[in-house]
Every structure is written in structure tokens, then in C-alpha cells.
Write a protein of this length. Structure first.
Ligand code: SF4
Ligand code: SF4
Length: 69
């Protein structure tokens, strides 16, 4: 199955990935990163639903998301 890794310290909190993930597998973290943004967070417990479509990574303006298949 596919999964993603989000580099929390690169994330600027635009939340495009959250908006566009067709499976709603990304949420806002409740812990801020080193520059003060609340980064996007992958719902690891729902990893089996990730299709590896890469939509999240393609939408990310900060190239903070890597997709693994
Ligand atoms: S698209 Fe990128 S910068 Fe925007 S919230 Fe998601 S991981 Fe963060
Ligand atoms: S690869 Fe696709 S399904 Fe998986 S988290 Fe990203 S947008 Fe969602």
C-alpha cells in the first residue's frame, strides 16, 4: 500500500493537500513546527486507504510531501 511523508518543518500551512486529498487522509497537526505553522499531518492509521495518487504532493507549493508506493 502507499503512504506519504510530510516534512513538517517545510510546511507553510496552506492546507492544499488537505483540501485535495480524495481520501481525506490529511489533517492539521495540533503541534506547531519550528517556524510557527501548524503543519499538515498524514493520518497514519488510515494508511491502507492511500492510493498513492500523488495529488497531495503535486499540490504542495513547498515540496514538503513525498509519496511512497
Ligand atoms: S500542501 Fe504542503 S505546505 Fe500546504 S499544508 Fe500541505 S504539506 Fe503544508
Ligand atoms: S497520495 Fe493521494 S490518497 Fe494518498 S494522501 Fe496523497 S492525495 Fe491522499
Amino acid at each position: 500500500m502507499a503512504y506519504i511523508k510530510i516534512d513538517a518543518d517545510r510546511c507553510k500551512g496552506c492546507y492544499f493537500c488537505i483540501k485535495f486529498c480524495p481520501k481525506q487522509l490529511i489533517i492539521v497537526s495540533d503541534t506547531h513546527n519550528k517556524v510557527g505553522y501548524f503543519p499538515a499531518q498524514f493520518l497514519q492509521e488510515k494508511e491502507d486507504q492511500c492510493t498513492g495518487c500523488k495529488t497531495c504532493a503535486l499540490m504542495c507549493p513547498d515540496t514538503a510531501i513525498e509519496v511512497f508506493k
